[in-house]
Design a protein around this ligand. Structure first.
Ligand SMILES: [Zn+2]
Length: 514
């Protein structure tokens, strides 16, 4: 059910009415008009990296900019959209520039340069603070659709807004794009959105996606010839929308990171690969006489065959240099291949926060390996891994920084078996959250834990390699330097000590495995 107050409903209706006035101006039909129009839409989704991935071979938004320019030359009735998840996570976003953390500023600059038309909010847009998100919205030159979300202010909800020259402009719940082709055939394309409520934050009120889409469709129908979706939902939710609203020929979605294309009756749900490894090019034709709509889609691989657009590349490279300069303070060569993962290392939040993954195992083994006190086991919180992706094939030093952007160091501690058990019990209870632990040297579950195959003894002292973050008590409140169960702590003092940086410890360990 739609959880809106009456006041809210009135506000939405008012807002929609205001919006009605500014949109949907009918175009004059000329005598040469053939009654048919074709438009093209370039779709990206889940783009965290502005530059190429897999050693730069694939992706890179300056290549996407070239594809878009070529499409526009072919057909001026072309638009470019992004179906959510682009402000976070990324390594460059965690770094500091001009006195503050970058937090998606690099992405907005690049998307502005590319001439992006429209975005849907993704769940990761709310990872950054409310103040940072506002800055990003203000900096952007494209439209943001907020169909099922509002900003919480005190105990009220208001539309998200963009502030330009001190003036607030509310972000729309939907948008009508007006196209006219060379012979004068018009098309009014209505676009709605919806975002998944997968990691809710306090400053966002999430309305039921289906209810809001339903309401928005009613609003869009009288002023649109064709209505499409630009969403950030699970495939299941997108397919359910497509099934229910068969008059919507196309839903361009995101959230899943692998390309998918499903025909649902007369509708299509399409998602491209994350990080612009691919983009979808949808060609939509509309017949003004019959009202018939046809969509054909092409999944385009973004690779080295495509020339980089110079203007966009200059901005991509500017941020790449900011990133490299900071990584080089810790390792000599950010692009050195340090490991080959025949089986993809799983750093997805949906995996890491629920179970031990192969990425968790190799990282914890590296911390254990970095110990100078003969640690028997290692533990770290899965929330410190921020890549929310898998790493496969040739892994470069910089990829480890992408996985652990906040760094930190490894401590050698001695702790009582009873405390270790308490920590493991807490981790099990926190399954699904960042406090869930990844370990090395520890097996078992549910109270029956073992260190190197031996049942944990409450009174024995164990030597454990632990990350400094975990010992701050932020994830596991009782796990601090002050806990009586901790008998000694040894911290790295020199930059030559592998323990001085988690990434350094992992890179050194991975290189030994090659
Ligand atoms: Zn997402």
């Amino acid at each position: 059910m739609l959880q809106t107050s009456i006041r809210q409903q009135v506000f939405i209706t008012l807002f929609i009415s205001l919006f009605l006035i500014s949109c949907g101006t009918a175009k004059k039909i000329t005598s040469s008009d053939d009654g048919k129009i074709e438009i093209a839409i370039l779709q990206m989704n889940d783009v965290y990296e502005i530059s190429g991935v897999d050693g730069g071979k694939i992706g890179d938004l300056s290549r996407v900019a070239t594809v878009y320019k070529e499409l526009k030359q072919e057909n001026p009735q072309t638009m470019m959209v992004l179906a959510g998840d682009f402000l976070n996570p990324s390594l460059v976003g965690t770094m500091r520039y001009e006195g503050e953390r970058i937090r998606g500023r690099q992405m907005i600059e690049v998307l502005n340069a590319m001439g992006l038309d429209m975005v849907a909010f993704g769940n990761h847009e709310f990872d950054i603070s409310e103040a940072d998100l506002q800055k990003r919205i203000n900096e952007s030159k494209f439209e943001w659709l907020a169909t099922n979300i509002q900003q919480v202010c005190g105990n009220k909800e208001y539309p998200f807004y963009r502030e330009v020259n001190g003036k607030k402009q509310f972000l729309p719940e939907s948008k009508v794009m007006n196209f006219t082709d060379a012979d004068g055939t018009p098309l009014r394309l209505g676009v709605f959105s919806a975002v998944i409520n997968s990691n809710p934050v306090d400053f966002v009120h999430y309305y039921n996606a289906d209810s809001m889409v339903n309401l928005t469709l009613q609003d869009l129908k009288p002023k649109s010839d064709v209505i499409i979706g630009l969403t950030h939902l699970s495939m299941e939710e997108d397919m359910a929308l497509a099934q229910k609203y068969q008059s919507v020929p196309l839903i361009m979605g995101g959230h899943e990171h692998d390309h998918m294309y499903h025909n649902v009756g007369k509708s299509i749900v399409a998602k491209a690969d994350a990080n612009a490894k691919t983009v979808y090019i949808h060609r939509l034709t509309y017949n003004t006489k019959s009202g018939a709509t046809k969509v054909t889609s092409e999944l385009k691989v973004i690779d080295e065959e495509i020339k980089r657009d110079e203007a966009t590349a200059a901005i991509v490279d500017k941020w790449k240099k900011v990133l490299e300069d900071q990584v080089k303070e810790i390792v000599d060569d950010p692009y050195e291949i340090v490991y080959t993962a025949d089986e993809a290392l799983d750093g997805r939040e949906s995996s890491m926060r629920h179970r031990q993954t192969n990425m968790g195992s190799i990282f914890a083994a590296a911390f254990l390996n970095s110990s100078v006190k003969g640690a028997e086991a290692a533990i770290f919180n899965s929330g410190s891994v921020r890549i929310d992706d898998q790493l496969s094939g040739a892994i470069m030093a910089i990829d480890i920084f992408r996985a652990l952007p906040f760094g930190g160091s490894v401590y050698d501690i001695e702790m009582k078996g009873s405390l270790l058990k308490g920590v493991l019990r807490f981790s099990e209870k926190e399954k699904g959250k960042g406090a869930f632990l990844q370990t090395s040297g520890i097996t078992g579950s549910n109270g029956d834990w073992m260190v190197n195959g031996q049942k944990i003894d409450d009174d024995r002292i164990y030597k454990i390699a632990i990350t400094d973050f975990l010992l701050r008590g932020l994830d596991i409140p009782f796990l601090t330097e002050k806990n009586e169960g901790i008998m000694s702590i040894d911290k790295p003092v020199s930059a030559n000590d592998l323990r001085s940086d988690l990434r350094k410890a992992i890179i050194a360990y991975m290189k030994k495995q090659k």
